[in-house]
Design a binder for this molecule. Structure first.
Ligand code: KG4
Ligand code: ZN
Length: 341
């Protein structure tokens, strides 16, 4: 629950990671089933934490998309049911706009416009020119994998657990990023677009060029009895050369993200930069952005608000509430809803 678009009264996140971990990625069918199982308890807990009840609500915000359609439908149906039963207005919010608002909610007036927004998650690597609330222009996006997806796929091929981003991020400081060099993507056409499939293939080729089967199998066997290894445990079953490859991979992703974000910010004369979405948790990315001494402020959400959460959706709904932009019961979930073109 969020008050006035900025004060978080409660934020409840129900993690399904353990359900998906053994499959090495999100299984859509299991995701919607888990949403269904969790939603009533999550809403009840959010009310309890905020010491509130349905009578305190002014509106219900719901993620319209993009995302997995089954999971979106569960939230959409539940939100509509609350609105119908309580006579409350319904507000549809774009998932990506939610990620941007996770930052806007915390930064408040310090976030000067126009801002360059880099939304970087398991499904998106998008650059937006943001001029005002609801005023976005798409400047560039990934042509293949999202950055988070690249982390997850590289982690999986090396025998690490899902989600791969947090594990590789933890291990990267133990490797030497200069020990090897992975290729940077050269974009024809829009130079602000991203591509991570070449990098992923380069890591795959590197693995294939060495005999790593035993090492990878050791990690896969280890997580069968210890599903969430500690950093020390990962380090004990990961040789230095693999740590070097992880550091080089992370360095490449960070370079790709920041080079294009900075070029886009320069081109649009941005007054600030917003980096949001699950990959914004990345410690290396945060450190690199702080080190670059840019002529504008760079804002990251606190890690708890970087990955998917309901508070950012409620925050993004508030300006729409003020403008009276309400949806009706025909609002549909849209798995590929665009924020801007
Ligand atoms: O925003 P999010 O929670 O869900 C989507 O909308 O996709 O992002 C999840 C993604 C996953 O791919 C995960 O591996 C990545 O964010 N991620 C990270 C880190 N923490 C989460 N990637 C790199 N470094 C991290 N520390
Ligand atoms: Zn997300």
């Amino acid at each position: 629950m969020v008050e006035d678009g900025s004060r978080i009264l409660s934020s409840v996140v129900s993690s399904q990671l353990d359900v998906h971990a053994k499959y090495g990625g999100v299984v859509p069918e299991l995701a919607s089933r888990e949403h269904l199982r969790a939603i009533t308890a999550v809403v009840r807990q959010a009310m309890e934490q905020a010491a509130s009840s349905y009578t305190d609500l002014c509106a219900v915000a719901v993620t319209q998309g993009p995302g997995l359609v089954g999971s979106l439908l569960v939230g959409m149906t539940y939100a509509k049911a609350i609105c119908f039963a309580r006579g409350l207005p319904l507000i549809g919010v774009n998932h990506i706009e939610g990620h941007i608002h996770a930052v806007a909610m915390e930064a408040g007036a310090k976030l000067e416009l126009p801002a360059l927004a880099l939304v970087v998650s398991g499904g998106h690597t998008h650059l937006f020119d943001m001029r005002g609330d609801g005023v976005y222009r798409l400047l560039g996006k990934t042509r293949d994998d999202a950055a988070g997806e690249a982390y997850d796929k590289v982690a999986k091929l090396l025998g690490f657990t899902y989600p791969g981003g947090p594990v590789l991020d933890q291990l990267a400081p133990y490797g030497r990023p200069g020990a090897m060099r992975f290729p940077r993507a050269k974009m024809k056409g829009n130079e602000l677009d991203f591509s991570f499939s070449g990098l992923k293939t380069a890591v795959l080729r590197w693995v294939e060029s060495r005999d790593m089967t035993a090492e990878i199998e050791t990690r896969r066997a280890f997580v069968k009895h210890t599903p969430r290894p500690s950093l020390e445990q990962w380090l004990s079953i990961t040789p230095q050369t693999t740590l070097d490859a992880i550091a080089a991979f992370q360095q490449t992703v960070i370079d790709e993200l920041l080079t294009r974000a900075e070029a886009a910010a320069d081109a649009m004369r941005a007054q600030s930069m917003v980096i949001s979405g699950g990959v914004a948790c990345n410690a290396g990315l945060r450190a690199a952005a702080q080190r670059s001494r840019l002529p504008y402020a760079v804002f990251f959400p606190t890690p708890a608000l970087s990955t998917d959460n309901a508070a950012m959706i409620a925050a993004a709904a508030f300006p729409k509430y003020q403008r009276g932009e309400f949806a009706d019961m025909t609002l549909r979930a849209n798995a590929s809803l665009a924020l801007a073109r």
